[in-house]
Ligand binder design. Structure first.
Ligand code: SF4
Length: 346
C-alpha cells in the first residue's frame, strides 16, 4: 500500500525525499506543487526529474478525494460529504457570509467524547483523520479560492487528534504551504487540558472552548469529559497563561431549555470568566433524534444574553446557518454509516 504524501509538513517532506535519495530541494518543489499549485498527480510536477517522479509514484500517492455528495441550504450553506481513507464518511460545511466564507472541517470519524447533545457523539468513534484527510476537506473544496476562514468544529474533538490537527495547521499557515495567517483559523475543544496546552504552545490559531454549563455536576450530565477535566480547571489554565491577552479565546454556550439558561447560570458564568479577555458565543440548539434536550426560546436567549452583557461580558448570538440541511452536525455521515452497516448485515 502506498503512503499518502499529501498532508506531509515541510519537515516531513524533507525526510521523505532524503529516504528516497532525492536532492533536498525536491522537498520544497513537492510542497510547492501540492499546496500552492494544487496539482493532483506526480506527472503534473514538471520540474521534477523523471526518475524522481517514478520513485515517488512507486511508494507514495497524493490521493486527493473530491466530495462524494453535497447538500445546499436555502441560505447558501453547503454540507459536503467526503470519504475517509478507512471508507467511512466525514462532513465539512462551507458557510458563505458577505465577505467571509468559512469552512468547518472534521478531525475524526465519529467521536469518543459522548456529549449528550451531539449526533457525532452518538455515532461512537471510528478513527482519527490524518493531516492529509483534514486538509483534503479544504483543498478539494470546490469553493477553495473563496475561503477566508477555517474552523475546526466539525465531527470529532480536534484536540483528541492533536498531532494531525497541528500538522494541518502548519501546512495551512506555512509559507511553504498555503501561507495563511493563523488568525484565520479557530480550533474548538471541550477542554482536554494537556492537548490544549500543546496547541497553544505550538500554534497561533484562535481557540474556542465548549463550555455549555458553568456548574460541575450539571456539566457532567451533558459532557462526560467534565469528570476528567473540569471546566474551572480549563479556565484557570487559560487565565494562568493569560491567553485572552494574546489571541482570541471564545466560549461556546449552547442554550438548552431549563438546563443551562437561568439567571443562576448567567451569574456563575460571569463569575467564572471574570478577569478574562474573551467572548461568549451563544448558540441555538436544534434537537437531534433521541435526545431529551430542547432548545431555549429566542426571547429567553435574549434575556440571558442581556444578563451577561450587563455583567460586562462580550456576548454574541451565533446565527443559525444551513438549518434545513443541518438537522444536526454529524447526521449526514451517520446516515451513510448506518446504510453501510445495513448493507454489510444484509
Ligand atoms: Fe465529540 Fe464535539 Fe460531539 Fe462532544 S460535541 S461528542 S466533543 S464532536
Amino acid at each position: 500500500m502506498k503512503t499518502m504524501l499529501f498532508g506531509q509538513t515541510p519537515d516531513q517532506l524533507k525526510e521523505t525525499v532524503a529516504k528516497l535519495g532525492l536532492p533536498a530541494f525536491t522537498a520544497t518543489q513537492l510542497g510547492d506543487w501540492m499546496y500552492k499549485k494544487r496539482v493532483s498527480g506526480f506527472t503534473d510536477m514538471t520540474n521534477l526529474s523523471k526518475q524522481a517522479r517514478e520513485k515517488l509514484d512507486a511508494a507514495y500517492e497524493l490521493d486527493l478525494k473530491a466530495p462524494v455528495s453535497v447538500q445546499t441550504s436555502v441560505d447558501g450553506t453547503k454540507k459536503y460529504l467526503y470519504a475517509s481513507q478507512s471508507d467511512n464518511f466525514i462532513e465539512a460545511a462551507y458557510i458563505p457570509d458577505k465577505e467571509r466564507a468559512t469552512l468547518c472541517v472534521s478531525t475524526q470519524v465519529g467521536c469518543k467524547m459522548g456529549c449528550l447533545f451531539c449526533m457525532t457523539g452518538k455515532q461512537g468513534f471510528q478513527g482519527n483523520l490524518s493531516a492529509g484527510e483534514i486538509l483534503n476537506q479544504v483543498q478539494s473544496l470546490p469553493e477553495f479560492d473563496n475561503l477566508t476562514n477555517i474552523v475546526y468544529m466539525g465531527m470529532g474533538e480536534p484536540l483528541d487528534n492533536v498531532d494531525a490537527v497541528l500538522e494541518s495547521i502548519e501546512i495551512i499557515t506555512s509559507e511553504k504551504g498555503y501561507g495563511w495567517s493563523p488568525r484565520r483559523i479557530t480550533v474548538s475543544t471541550i477542554g482536554l487540558i494537556p492537548a490544549m496546552n500543546r496547541f497553544l504552545d505550538e500554534s497561533e490559531a484562535h481557540l474556542a472552548v465548549s463550555l455549555h454549563s458553568p456548574f460541575d455536576e450539571e456539566r457532567k450530565e451533558i459532557m462526560p469529559i467534565q469528570s476528567v477535566y473540569p471546566i474551572t480547571e480549563v479556565i484557570n489554565e487559560l487565565k494562568r497563561r493569560n491567553i485572552g491577552g494574546q489571541r482570541r479565546v471564545s466560549f461556546e454556550y449552547i442554550m438548552f431549555k431549563g438546563v443551562n439558561d437561568s439567571p443562576r447560570h448567567a451569574n456563575e458564568l460571569a463569575r467564572l470568566l471574570r478577569g478574562m479577555k474573551c467572548r461568549i458565543n451563544l448558540i441555538r440548539f436544534h434537537p437531534i433524534p433521541d435526545t431529551p434536550l430542547e432548545g431555549t426560546s429566542d426571547d429567553k436567549i435574549e434575556i440571558f444574553q442581556n444578563m451577561l452583557k450587563a455583567k460586562g461580558l462580550t456576548v454574541t448570538l451565533r446565527a443559525s446557518r444551513g438549518q434545513d440541511i443541518f438537522a444536526a452536525c454529524g447526521l449526514l455521515s451517520t446516515k451513510e454509516l448506518l446504510k453501510k452497516q445495513q448493507e454489510k448485515d444484509f
